[in-house]
Design a binder for this molecule. Structure first.
Ligand code: MN
Length: 446
C-alpha cells in the first residue's frame, strides 16, 4: 500500500483575465492541463481533457489505462473543437501522475506528459525534472541545434510541438517511477517554471512540509516574479511506501560484501537516474519530431465586426431632429438589448448562502441585471477544494449551462474522490476546512 498526500493551487496570474489551466486532484490520479485557444477555447479544452482523463481512468486504471485515458482525452478535445467555430483549434497540455498497480501486490507511479507542462521529482533533497517539454526550443535542444542556455531564453518557447487536440503527434511520453516515502512530486504549468527557477522551486519544497501550503507558496512566488501566465501546481507526497525503502536498506545492510554495499549506498542518486531510464518507454523519446505541426500559444482574439452606421435623410430641421431621436432610440434600445444579452447570456458557478450554485448572469450583476440562481448543489463553501476556493468565491464564468454543470460536477468529484480500492490515502483536499474564506456572495434576487 502506497500512501499519498496531496495539495494544489491554481491562479490566473497577474496579466491574464482568464484562468485556462485546470487541475485534477482525485487520488490516485493527479494532473495539470494548460489550455490554449481564443475566446474561451483554452478553458474549455483543459476542462474537457481533465474530465475525459478522469472518467476514462476510472473505467480502466493501470499504466496502460492511463495511456488510453490520455488518448481518450485527446479525442474528446478534438471532437469538442470541431463542434463550434469559437473552439476551433483549441488545445491543451496534459501532465499526469497516477498511482497504478504493478503486478499483484506492488504499486508504481505512472508519469505521463504531452505539451510543456512539467513534472518534477524531489528525492533525497534533489530536484529532477522528469518530463521533457514539447516546445520548439526544447525539441531543438534535443536535436543538438541549441544549447541549454539558448533554449532557456529562446522566444519561441511559447510554441508547443505536441498538445491534446490539434497536434497529438506520437502522443504522451510515458514513464514509471517506484515511489519511496519522502518523495515529493510537483506537477505544474509553464506559468510556474517561467517565473520561478528550479532552484527556488527546490527551496520551497525543502522548507514547506505541507503539500497544500507548498503549492500555494510556489504560486505566490510566480506571482511575485511577474505572474505573466496562469499558474497551477499540484504537489503529491509519498508518505508511506509499504516498507519499500526499509526493505531496500535491509537488503543492503545484510549484504556482507562491504565494497558492494558501499557502492550500492553511494549510488542512491544514480539509481534514481537509472530508474528514470528504465521507466521510460521506448516510444517516448522520438527526437526527430521536426516535422511535427507546431502551434503558437498566443491568443487570437477575433475583433467584432464594425456596427453598421445608418445615415438618415434630412429635409427639414424638424425632420432631422425626429430622425436623430429615432436613431438615438434605436441605438439606446439596441445597447440595452445587447447589455441584457451579455448580462443574462452566460452562467457562472459561485456561492449562494454558503452553498456552491450555478447562476445565470454575471458575478455581481451588471447594471440592473442581477444574477439568478439556476441550481444549488449540496457542496458547501468549506468543502470546496482549496485550489478552486477563490474562483468559486469570485464566481467562475462559463459560456453555457452545460459547462457550468460540468464544472460543478468536477468540483464535487474533486471534493469527494471515490475511495481507492487498494491504497490508503490522506488527500488533504478531502476534509472540509472549518474556517470559511470570506467571499462576496452574489445576490440572487432579480
Ligand atoms: Mn501556460
Amino acid at each position: 500500500m502506497t500512501g499519498l498526500r496531496s495539495g494544489s493551487a491554481t491562479d490566473v496570474g497577474r496579466r491574464r483575465n482568464l484562468n485556462q489551466d485546470m487541475i485534477l486532484e482525485a487520488h490516485p490520479i493527479f494532473a495539470v492541463a494548460d489550455g490554449m485557444g481564443g475566446h474561451q477555447g483554452g478553458e474549455v479544452a483543459s476542462l474537457t481533457a481533465i474530465e475525459a482523463l478522469r472518467d476514462a481512468f476510472r473505467r480502466e486504471a493501470g499504466a496502460d489505462g492511463l495511456e488510453q485515458a490520455i488518448t481518450a482525452a485527446n479525442t474528446a478535445v478534438a471532437e469538442k473543437a470541431r463542434s463550434s467555430a469559437d473552439l476551433r483549434g483549441m488545445g491543451t497540455t496534459l501532465a499526469v501522475v497516477a498511482l497504478v498497480a504493478d503486478g499483484d501486490d506492488d504499486e508504481l507511479l505512472a508519469v505521463a506528459n504531452i505539451g510543456d507542462s512539467r513534472i518534477y521529482l524531489m528525492r533525497n533533497g534533489e530536484l529532477t525534472q522528469l518530463t521533457d517539454d514539447h516546445s520548439l526550443p526544447q525539441e531543438l535542444l534535443r536535436q543538438g541545434q541549441l544549447t541549454e542556455a539558448e533554449a532557456a531564453v529562446d522566444p519561441r518557447r511559447n510554441i508547443v510541438t505536441r498538445v491534446l487536440g490539434p497536434s497529438f503527434g506520437e502522443g504522451p511520453d510515458m514513464q514509471n517511477l517506484i515511489p519511496y516515502a519522502g518523495d515529493r512530486i510537483v506537477i505544474c504549468s509553464d506559468g510556474l517554471y517561467n517565473e520561478v527557477t528550479d532552484r527556488d522551486i527546490a527551496t520551497v519544497l525543502r522548507t514547506i512540509a505541507d503539500p497544500k501550503e507548498a503549492a500555494r507558496r510556489l504560486v505566490d512566488e510566480a506571482n511575485a516574479n511577474g505572474g505573466a501566465d496562469n499558474i497551477s501546481v499540484v504537489v503529491v507526497d509519498v508518505v508511506d511506501d509499504a516498507g519499500r525503502a526499509e526493505t531496500a536498506s535491509e537488503v543492503l545492510a545484510d549484504d556482507p560484501r562491504p565494497a558492494r554495499r558501499a557502492s550500492a549506498l553511494m549510488t542512491a542518486d544514480e539509481r534514481n537516474a537509472e530508474l528514470r531510464e528504465l521507466g521510460r518507454n521506448e516510444g517516448g523519446a522520438g527526437g526527430a519530431g521536426g516535422g511535427a505541426s507546431t502551434r503558437a500559444r498566443s491568443e487570437t482574439w477575433e475583433s467584432d465586426a464594425e456596427p453598421d452606421v445608418h445615415e438618415m435623410p434630412s429635409r427639414r430641421v424638424t425632420g432631422r431632429v425626429i430622425a436623430f431621436l429615432l436613431v438615438l432610440l434605436l441605438v439606446l434600445g439596441g445597447a440595452a438589448a445587447a447589455i441584457g444579452f451579455y448580462a443574462r447570456g452566460s452562467y457562472y458557478v459561485g456561492l449562494d448562502d454558503g452553498y456552491v450554485a450555478i447562476f445565470r448572469g454575471r458575478p455581481g450583476g451588471l447594471l440592473w441585471f442581477q444574477p439568478t440562481v439556476e441550481e444549488t448543489s449540496k457542496l458547501t463553501q468549506s468543502a470546496v477544494p482549496d485550489a478552486y476556493a477563490d474562483a468559486v468565491a469570485e464566481g467562475h464564468e462559463v459560456t453555457s449551462r452545460a459547462d457550468a454543470e460540468r464544472y460543478l460536477a468536477n468540483l464535487v468529484d474533486t471534493a469527494n474522490p471515490s475511495p481507492p480500492a487498494a491504497t490508503t490515502s490522506t488527500t488533504t483536499a478531502v476534509p472540509p476546512d472549518t474556517t470559511p474564506t470570506t467571499a462576496a456572495t452574489p445576490t440572487s434576487t432579480p
